[in-house]
Design a protein around this ligand. Structure first.
Ligand code: IMP
Length: 505
């Protein structure tokens, strides 16, 4: 007969944290959000840590190289999606590993015959007002000059005139030679009071640009997540079908951490996959897996499959319809607490600490905070990152507002990549979808969005008297809330400017 768990499946919004004693030392500036991603023995440190507890989901509409670079620069990690050919995923990883902080490939390039009007429309499209002019208009073409806002007057100059007439020509541009260090490039910018330094190769071709603002950005990013060679850390999603060819290619490209991407990870496939990786690449490779929703499944993956971290969550994702399609899943809070409890038991028994990641269904900053308080070492999010400028999808205007497409990996849209890639296994077997195709509003740059979330998290940690995420979860006292308390938690008995009254603008 079937076993029925009597406890209701609960989610994060049903809980609140009680404040603990805040001492004078509990100031956001003293809070560390560093967290382990690879398992470690008691008394030792993890082979890989994050500087902020956030990773982006292995999804086509979320995690490309731009996201990977931006997130690692803030201290988190991206898992590039594996629903693409092996060579293109490897190229994404290589792009991140080869990204030299400070040397930027120009994405706004003009041909000398382009008109000022075309320059303005390019500026509008890319948002960048520094536009190199190259002989053939390409990003690595022969460098002829540079056009910035300072070179023309939009309402005075002839918009049909060629940019070559307005640009600052090469002979008046201060540039650096390929091979120059970032330190020296910044010194050149400083000495010449410039905002941008083109870097040219021996043949006068444009290689990259160095911006003054990036120097300040770098100084403002003390959490940047770097490997031992000072390259950005990046992760990759993998699957249980083609790991024997995909994993070697991703590791060769420089991936720092791998993670099986599956809606149900309690399988012999993940066990065999991890064993294969361990026997071919050793114990040092950081490999995560999941997803699971029970302590039993956690133990299986850790003991039998030897994973470094385990992801929790089935059916909670914003674009996920697994629960209604297949009837499997569990409320995210209940699933997380069950797994964290088993993780703690395992630690007591073996002295091995296995990080747990709460994946999916986090619809606001409060839920992120509650997940971390409940014992998640880090959280994986899709929608949150899809809403930023750095996600790989184009902007779309719907009803006067700007959105970005966001679709599940279990949707036909995501699965279609295989049609163009020989493998017909999924194509012929595909009977139903587990994810939907949707839109999300754009809310800002990754920097802005993460800035708000980390500020709230640090502030809450101070309220509870914690300076580290470990102290936060060890001392967390949570209370369940009634529906009425939930309503009371929003605005009440007032007309809210945001919700009830029309805005004037
Ligand atoms: P979100 O942060 O709520 O948008 O959830 C993102 C998570 O949803 C991912 O990390 C995956 O675990 C999960 N996911 C991604 N695509 C699908 C899908 O098509 N069906 C079900 N779950 C999905």
């Amino acid at each position: 007969m079937a076993i029925v768990i009597n406890e209701i499946s609960r989610t994060f919004s049903e809980y609140l944290l009680l404040p603990g004693l805040t001492r004078k030392i509990h100031h956001p500036e003293n809070v560390s959000l560093k967290t382990p991603i690879a398992k470690f023995h008691s008394g030792e440190s993890s082979r890989l840590n994050l500087n902020i507890p956030f990773v982006s989901a292995s999804m086509q509409s979320v995690s490309g190289s731009e996201m990977a670079i931006a997130l690692a620069r803030r201290g988190g990690c991206t898992f590039t999606f594996c629903s693409q050919p092996i060579d293109s995923q490897s190229q994404m990883i290589a792009r991140v590993k080869n990204h030299k902080a400070g040397f930027v490939q120009s994405d706004s390039n003009l041909h000398p015959d382009n008109t000022l009007a075309e320059a303005l429309s390019l500026r509008k499209k890319t948002g960048h007002s520094t536009m190199p002019i190259t002989f053939d208009g390409s990003k690595n073409g022969q460098f002829l000059g540079i056009l910035t806002d300072k070179d023309f007057w939009e309402f005075e100059d002839d918009l049909n005139g060629p940019v070559s007439k307005y640009m600052t020509p090469k002979e008046h541009v201060v540039f650096g030679a390929l091979g120059i260090s970032l330190h020296d490039a910044n010194k050149l910018l400083q000495a010449n009071k410039k905002e941008c330094l083109p870097i040219l190769d021996n043949n006068g071709h444009l290689h990259s640009l160095v911006f003054k603002k990036d120097y300040f950005d770098h100084m403002n990013n003390p959490d940047e997540l770097l490997d031992n060679h000072k390259r950005l850390v990046t992760g990759a999603g993998i699957n249980t079908h083609d790991y024997k060819t995909r994993v070697p290619a991703l590791l060769e490209a420089g991936a720092d951490v791998l993670c099986f991407d599956s809606s149900d990870g309690y399988t012999e496939f993940q066990k065999e996959g991890t064993q294969w990786i361990r026997s071919n690449f050793g114990k040092d490779v950081v490999v995560g897996g999941g997803n699971v929703v029970s302590g039993t499944a956690f133990r299986y993956l850790v003991q039998e499959a030897d994973l470094d971290f385990v992801k929790v969550g089935i059916g909670g994702g914003s674009i996920c319809i697994t629960r209604e399609q297949k009837g499997i899943g569990r409320g995210q809070a209940s699933a997380l607490m069950d797994v964290v409890n088993e993780r703690n038991n395992y630690f007591k028994e073996t002295g091995i600490y296995v990080p747990v990641c709460s994946d999916g269904g986090l619809s606001n900053d409060t839920q992120i905070i509650i997940a971390l308080a409940m014992g998640a070492d880090f959280v994986m999010m899709g929608r949150y990152f899809a809403m930023t400028y750095e996600s790989p999808t184009p902007k779309v205007s719907i009803g006067g507002r700007i959105y970005k497409p966001y679709w599940g990996e279990g949707s036909n849209r995501a699965r279609n990549w295989q049609r163009y890639n020989q493998s017909s296994e999924t194509e012929s077997g595909l009977k139903f979808e587990e994810g939907v195709d949707a839109y999300v509003p754009i809310i800002g740059s990754l920097r802005e969005v993460l800035g708000v979330t980390t500020a709230k998290l640090k502030s809450t940690m101070c309220n509870t008297g914690a300076l580290t995420l470990k102290e936060f979860t060890d001392s967390a006292i949570l209370t369940r809330i009634s529906e009425q308390s939930f309503v009371e938690g929003g605005t009440s008995n007032v007309l809210s400017l945001d919700k009830d009254l029309p805005r004037e603008v």
